[in-house]
Design a protein around this ligand. Structure first.
Ligand code: GLN
Length: 485
């Protein structure tokens, strides 16, 4: 099974009409994943229990839209009985005894977990190059990164290995790889989806979201995983709309704001052109497009890296070699056990964040760094909400460039961090945001970013759907895959 042309709806029809069983579909999916794995390295673990799960769905009968359909899961989402590593050596042998709430919801809907996709270690990175296990590859050009941290999920969807995948987004990890791979990806409002069982990176920013070729498919999956969860006190009671049923492309009267700071200096000219073309398309559909200013945006990257690293340094304290995960050998005392397990188990990028975060939270530096960053975050939230009082959506490019070369930025953390400048704002303010394919730059995909008001996922999905129906980007086959099948 190659998902280049299929959608959740078309697969559901085949399953419901008994043209195909979930067992057959799952077997074909795993074969396809295994065949593409050598080029793309999209998965850390292919789920060897998937076929068994599919048989059970077949026996119980095909029910809702996701029933019997394999979906890929980013490997920082905890899955009962399926190894979950967060792409770190420190969790190389971690076999969870429970599932994240999003997994329970998918399972209740009959979806099949196809396996666990590659990411940057603990979701810290923008290219999958910080993964302890492998670097995933962009199906549009095998010498380029698929983006990150949800790079494995994005490349798997773009390459037709699965119809949809779960990702997580703390500072852009769904939108940036979606843009780099020419697919759709949505990070919902903070609190829309439960974080229970999602390996914590920066708890005030992390959200689970969905990636798929088509907006419709993300709408279906998002409606399935969203909603309040007693296990996560930050999850919202806001009712979950039927995003798929309510999907429409009517843009009449929709007010779009484009922050002038989103035209960041050094943005690739083809990225600028594709974004402008998309904005013109919205105008033709009856939307209004106006320029606004977000002056605090220039501090967003610094604010994010202080706050995200501080939260990470605290969240990652639990990996100490005692209860689970990697444990250093030949230690003489408990202190050595902690120090050696962490020194050997974490990669460089994770250590850099732990050091930065621990410093920012330390007594002498707290006021100057953590507190200051938290204050600037509040200013930024106020600035964004003032814009969203007047406008329905904020738009701009998802990234400043198309996918970069493997190895190009890995030794230059600052260049890698600057990569997140356009995606971080939505995380700092907890807003729903998506990336939808807008065109090509040097033959590589470019994404348009759409940011909405809190809990206005429907408006974000609708705008993305309108552009998708206009440019039909999903018909394009990633260049490096052409002629392979
Ligand atoms: N690239 C950003 C970082 O490294 C964002 C990661 C993410 O969203 N998980 O922190």
């Amino acid at each position: 099974m190659d998902y280049m042309k299929e959608t959740i709806d078309s697969l559901h029809k085949k399953l419901a009409d008994k043209e195909l069983t979930s067992e057959e579909l799952t077997n074909q999916t795993l074969d396809n994943i295994n065949a593409k794995q050598k080029d793309l390295n999209t998965f850390i673990t292919v789920n060897d229990k998937a076929v068994e799960a599919a048989k059970k769905v077949d026996e119980d009968g095909i029910k809702g839209p996701l029933s019997g359909i394999p979906i890929a899961i980013k490997d920082n989402i905890v899955t009962n009985g399926i190894k979950t590593t967060a792409a770190s050596k420190i969790l190389y042998n971690f076999m969870p005894v429970y599932s994240a709430t999003v997994m329970e919801k998918l399972e209740a809907a009959g979806a099949i977990d196809a396996g666990k996709t590659n990411l940057d270690e603990f979701a810290m990175g923008s290219s999958t190059e910080t993964s302890y296990y492998k670097t995933s590859v962009n199906p549009w050009d095998f010498s380029r990164v698929p983006g990150g941290s949800s790079g494995g999920s994005a490349a798997a969807v773009a390459a037709g290995e699965v119809v949809a995948a779960l990702g997580t987004d703390t500072g852009g990890s769904i939108r940036q790889p979606s843009a780099f791979n020419g697919i759709f990806g949505i990070k919902p409002t903070y609190g829309r989806v439960s974080r229970w069982g999602v390996i914590a990176f920066a708890s005030s920013l992390d959200q689970v979201g969905v990636m798929s070729k088509r907006v419709e498919d993300s709408a279906t999956v998002l409606a399935t995983i969203a909603g309040h969860d007693d296990h996560d006190s930050t999850s919202s009671n806001e009712p979950v709309p039927d995003y798929r049923a309510n999907l429409n492309k009517d843009m009449t009267g929709v007010k779009i704001a484009v922050p002038k700071e989103f035209w960041h200096e050094g943005t690739h000219p083809d990225v600028v052109e594709s974004t402008k073309k998309a904005l013109d398309a919205y105008k033709k559909m009856g939307a209004t497009v106006e320029e606004v200013s977000l002056p605090t945006l220039k501090h967003a990257v610094e604010v994010y890296y202080v706050l995200a690293s501080s939260e990470a340094s605290s969240n990652l304290q639990r990996y100490d070699g005692v209860r689970y995960g990697y444990r250093a050998k030949d230690v003489k005392n408990i202190n050595d056990l902690f120090v050696n397990s962490r020194s050997e188990g974490f990669g460089d990028e994770v250590k850099r964040r732990i050091m930065l975060g621990t410093f920012a939270l330390s007594a002498g530096a707290y006021d100057a760094y953590f507190k200051k960053a938290a204050q600037v975050r509040t200013m930024f939230i106020e600035e964004l909400s003032a814009v969203l009082d007047k406008y329905d959506l904020i738009m701009g490019p998802s990234t400043t460039s198309p996918a970069f070369k493997i190895g190009e930025k890995v030794d230059d953390p600052l260049a890698m961090y600057m990569n997140d400048i356009l995606t971080i704002p939505a995380n700092l303010a907890g807003l729903p945001a998506a990336s939808v394919p807008a065109g090509l730059a040097e033959g590589l995909p470019v994404g348009l970013q759409i940011i909405g008001k809190p809990f206005a996922e429907q408006a974000v999905l609708n705008a993305a759907y309108a552009l998708q129906e206009e440019n039909k980007f999903y018909e394009k086959i990633p260049t490096a895959l052409k002629g392979e099948d």
